[in-house]
Each structure stands twice: as C-alpha cells, then as structure tokens.
Design a protein around this ligand. Structure first.
Ligand code: HEM
Ligand code: HEM
Length: 180
C-alpha cells in the first residue's frame, strides 16, 4: 500500500463541520428559531473560509487542482462504463462537479434564508420557496454524493470516506495514479 496525503486538516474540519451543521439544520432545528439562523450563518462562514482556502490552501485543496470540466466528467463516466479504473489523487472530475454544486447550493440556501429575515421582499413568497427548493436540491445532491463515494470506493478500491478523516488516500502499490 502506498499513502498519499491529500486532505489537509482545514479541508477535513470544513467537511465534517459542514456535514453536522447541514444535517442539524435540515433535520433537527425549528426553522423559525434563532438557532436555525445561527447555524445557517455558520454554514455560510464555513463556505467563505473554504473559498479563501481554495485559493491559498494546500495543493489538493486549491480550486485550480479540480477545475469544473465537462470533458473531464465525460472521461470519468467513460472510465466507469468501460471498466477502467484510474485513481485520482485529489478530487475526481465528477466529484469536482458535485462539490461546486454543493458549495453554490448551500450559499443559495444561506442567502435566501437571510432574505427571509429582512423586509426587502416583504409580502412575497419567493425567498421562502427558493429556500425550500434549494434545501430539497441539496438533500438530493447529498444522497447522490454519499452514494457516489460508496460506489467509487468499491470501484477504485480506495477508501474515500476514510481519506476524508485521516487525510491519506491508500492505494495498492504499483497502481498508477493520475494527477491530480
Ligand atoms: C456521511 C456522509 C458523507 C460522506 C461519507 C462524505 C464523504 C466525502 C468524501 C470522501 C469527499 C472527498 C471526495 C473525493 O475523494 O473527491 C467529500 C467531499 C465533499 N463533501 Fe462530503 N460526505 C458526506 C456528506 C456530505 C454533506 C452532507 C455535505 C454537504 C452538505 C458534503 C459536502 C462535501 C464537500 C463540499 C466536499 C468537498 C470538500 C472540499 O474539497 O473541501 N458531504 N465528501
Ligand atoms: C444549511 C443551511 C440551512 C438549511 C439546511 C436550512 C433548512 C431549512 C428547512 C428544511 C426549512 C423548512 C422548509 C419547509 O418549511 O419546508 C427552512 C426554513 C426556514 N429557514 Fe432555513 N436552512 C438553512 C439556513 C438558513 C438561514 C441562514 C436562515 C436565516 C438567516 C434561514 C431561515 C429560515 C426561515 C426564516 C425559514 C422559514 C421558517 C418558517 O416556516 O416560517 N435558514 N430552512
């Protein structure tokens, strides 16, 4: 086995804090309570931190190491369809698209939540409708995200969730890795 250090502590802390805050706000808190707003703002804060880290952070944390790429995603799907396994040190092309989707959706949830607390669109329903629609979209995305992590972990024999805890991806010796 060969170990590659890919996720620095900030990425890991960001990820698991986001998982907890999102789950608590989507499933537990009373949406009308102050706690819901505070946790929602904490999510926005985490995303803000991640955006900065995506520019100045460690190699695999930087957005430049996983740019959104349709051709990359098609290549990744072809790889799955043809049974080839190429291991990715950082985020895979499909993983990257999901990450941008989640970051944008969560930002939209936070902003629409904030709009509901202001008088800016008083008397209109759309901020609340948008908030609810984005939460539903985020929930569907998370289900797909977790399913993809399980599927890709089995297909590539790399324990992806474990890597998000330890920081290290363990790859069988002799297997080539694409970079990133
Ligand atoms: C138990 C459930 C979850 C597991 C096991 C999990 C696992 C993972 C793994 C393994 C990665 C890295 C993927 C890769 O190797 O490219 C990742 C990335 C990511 N996940 Fe999750 N995830 C979970 C839930 C969530 C939830 C609920 C959210 C957000 C609402 C989320 C948002 C993200 C984001 C934003 C990234 C990118 C991390 C970064 O680069 O900073 N995940 N997740
Ligand atoms: C990750 C962040 C967030 C999640 C997952 C989330 C989730 C939810 C959910 C599930 C609902 C209930 C929707 C329904 O009735 O079907 C809701 C409603 C609401 N949320 Fe959020 N929310 C988040 C952030 C925020 C923020 C940042 C604010 C405000 C600062 C906010 C304010 C509200 C308000 C005012 C409602 C409507 C309450 C009512 O029914 O009158 N949310 N949110």
């Amino acid at each position: 086995m060969q170990s590659y250090y890919v996720w620095d502590p900030l990425v890991r802390l960001f990820h698991w804090s986001l998982v907890i805050l999102f789950a608590v706000n989507a499933l537990i808190t009373d949406p009308e309570a102050r706690l819901h707003e505070l946790l929602g703002y904490a999510v926005l804060g985490l995303i803000g931190l991640r955006l900065i880290w995506g520019i100045v952070g460690s190699r695999y944390a930087r957005f430049s190491s996983f740019p959104p790429s349709i051709s990359g995603a098609v290549g990744h799907l072809t790889e799955i369809a043809t049974g080839r396994t190429q291991k990715h040190k950082g985020h895979s092309p499909l993983g990257a698209l999901m990450i941008y989707n989640l970051l944008i959706t969560l930002t939209g949830i936070g902003l629409s939540g904030y709009l509901m607390t202001t008088d800016m669109f008083w008397g209109t329903e759309w901020p609340e409708d948008l908030h609810e629609a984005l939460v539903t979209w985020a929930e569907l995305s998370v289900v797909l995200h977790v399913a993809a992590v399980i599927f890709e972990s089995r297909r590539t024999q790399v324990k992806l969730a474990r890597a998000m805890i330890t920081g290290y991806k363990e790859v069988a010796t002799g297997e080539t890795e694409s970079s990133p």
